[in-house]
Design a protein around this ligand. Structure first.
Ligand SMILES: CC(C)(COP(=O)(O)OP(=O)(O)OC[C@H]1O[C@@H](n2cnc3c(N)ncnc32)[C@H](O)[C@@H]1OP(=O)(O)O)[C@@H](O)C(=O)NCCC(=O)NCCS
Length: 195
């Protein structure tokens, strides 16, 4: 039982497009149009090279199951934004997502030494913003009618976690994960030097 985050490569292209276009993922993203090969290729080229972003494939016992990313890494303000999904919906609900949270938060605050991590989640995706809150994120904003999706305007919640919040929340989060079978030796994030 292990969760590993390893950098995305060009060889992941097909699986990423299939996940992103699947209803199990697109239902939770800001846009849900069918993404074609050209739009996907442009996105992937940026994902593989931009110095202010990092993309990882989430592996569950070595099998690729999802995508995690940091975007808008701002070394001046020492903050960045993040998101992730499990493209293989069958693995949801058994702790993989929580393992990703711990790995990414340790990377952001421990390795990159940033001061703040933030994200946006559809208000209706309540389970997910509560999952973030269980890792110490505070709800900082409610953006009304912020995206147009599935034929209607939808509200979005803004969440933020400070380095000091993570220092306080981390021990209990790590303990909770260990109880689910994800101790430190089951969790790996492979970092990538860029920019
Ligand atoms: C968000 C996501 C990655 C969570 O991963 P997961 O492996 O299913 O989550 P876990 O099994 O680690 O759950 C961790 C905790 O969050 C809760 N949780 C997770 N997703 C939930 C949901 N949709 N509704 C209610 N609770 C949820 C779990 O009950 C669990 O609580 P516990 O610690 O008290 O047991 C996954 O559900 C997913 O890919 N969703 C679709 C994409 C998405 O919404 N991404 C976020 C967009 S910002």
């Amino acid at each position: 039982m292990s969760v590993t985050l390893r950098p995305v490569t060009a060889a992941d292209s097909d699986r990423l497009l299939a996940w992103r276009n699947s209803p199990a993922v697109s239902a939770y993203m800001y846009t849900d149009h069918l993404i074609g090969p050209e739009e996907h290729a442009r996105w992937l080229a940026g994902a593989l090279t931009a110095s202010d972003r990092r993309y990882w494939i989430i592996e569950d016992d070595g099998a690729p199951v999802g995508l995690a990313n940091l975007v808008n890494i701002d070394l001046t303000r020492r903050r960045c934004e993040w998101a992730y999904y499990l493209g293989e919906a069958s693995v949801r609900g058994r702790g993989v997502g929580a393992a990703v949270e711990l790995l990414v938060l340790d990377y952001v605050f421990g390795t990159l030494k940033l001061n703040k991590l933030w994200c946006e989640v559809l208000l209706e995706n309540e389970g997910v913003w509560k999952l973030h809150q269980s890792f110490g994120f505070e709800r900082e904003a409610l953006y009304r009618q912020h995206v147009f999706k599935a034929g209607r305007f939808q509200d979005v919640v803004g969440l933020g976690l400070l380095a000091a919040d993570w220092e306080k929340a981390r021990p209990a989060c790590a303990e909770r994960l260990a109880q689910k079978g994800y101790g430190p030796s089951e969790l790996t994030l492979i970092a990538e030097e860029r920019g």
